[in-house]
Design a protein. Structure first.
Length: 246
């Protein structure tokens, strides 16, 4: 039976696991374990890291994996780099599945930046800003030391304590609605949105609400992919590749 390892944790990874399992492939989905109570995919699930690219290479060889699909979050740059190195070391074919990024439309006021640090620098030029921060709990320390700003930080799991006085943490999990995002922005008198270019349909409500209410958006661009990796942006293309590759 053909064996496929999916580096997952995204909706696309879950859909891919279900598709491949339905085709009769042996699918193992690897979850990093960074989110409590994750949504589990169909098939075998492995939680926790591999110990870097060398550990992943050993696992691929020991488990006789035929194909490797990196369907992690678009900002999981370290995992993608490890996958590329492990693939090169073992000869196991690698495919990267990434949902399309967001594109600015009429009425949007986006400011694209290359990193979280660049986003924090731009915020530092807006004293008194009330910020809707949706970049994930692990990124919070990048922003908490900016003087004169107030942050509404939304995440699935709580950040590491202590949480500064200028931060309010909102624990929530999507999908979100435009109506709900508008109400949240108005309730907290937010005047700027900071987010990552994660892509996907589920998280566009905040961008639509920001457009309708005239909020500027500081958009953190995705990290570049390792050179030479094969990339697709649909589950269908990834399933066809994984089922036929080799």
């Amino acid at each position: 039976m053909r064996r496929v390892l999916i580096l997952g944790g995204t909706a696309e990874a879950r859909a891919l696991a279900a598709d491949l399992a339905g085709r009769g492939l042996h699918v193992v989905s690897s979850l990093a374990g960074r989110v409590s109570n994750p949504r589990l995919p169909v098939g075998e699930v492995r939680e926790g890291g591999f110990g870097g690219p060398d550990g992943l290479a050993r696992w691929l060889t020991g488990e006789r994996v035929d194909a490797l699909v990196d369907a992690t979050h678009p900002f999981a740059a370290r995992m993608t780099a490890s996958a590329a190195r492990a693939s090169e070391a073992t000869g196991v074919p690698l495919l990267v599945l990434r949902r399309p990024g967001w594109e600015e439309g009429p009425g949007d006021r986006w400011h694209r930046v290359p990193s979280l640090e660049a986003a924090a620098d731009r915020l530092s030029r807006r004293p008194g800003a009330r910020v809707f921060l949706t970049t994930g709990r692990r990124s919070l320390p990048v922003f908490t030391s900016i003087p004169g700003v107030w942050l509404l930080a939304r995440s699935v799991d709580p950040p590491e304590p202590p949480v500064p006085d200028n931060v309010r943490v909102l624990l929530d999990r999507g999908p979100y609605t435009v109506e709900g995002e508008r109400a949240l922005i108005r309730e907290h008198r937010l005047d700027v949105l900071v987010t990552k270019d994660s892509g996907g349909r589920m998280t566009t409500a905040k961008l639509v609400a920001a457009r309708e209410l005239g909020l500027p958006v500081i958009m953190v661009n995705r990290p570049p992919l390792p050179q030479g990796v094969h990339l697709v942006d649909t589950v269908e293309a990834a399933a066809a590749w994984a089922a036929q590759e080799g």
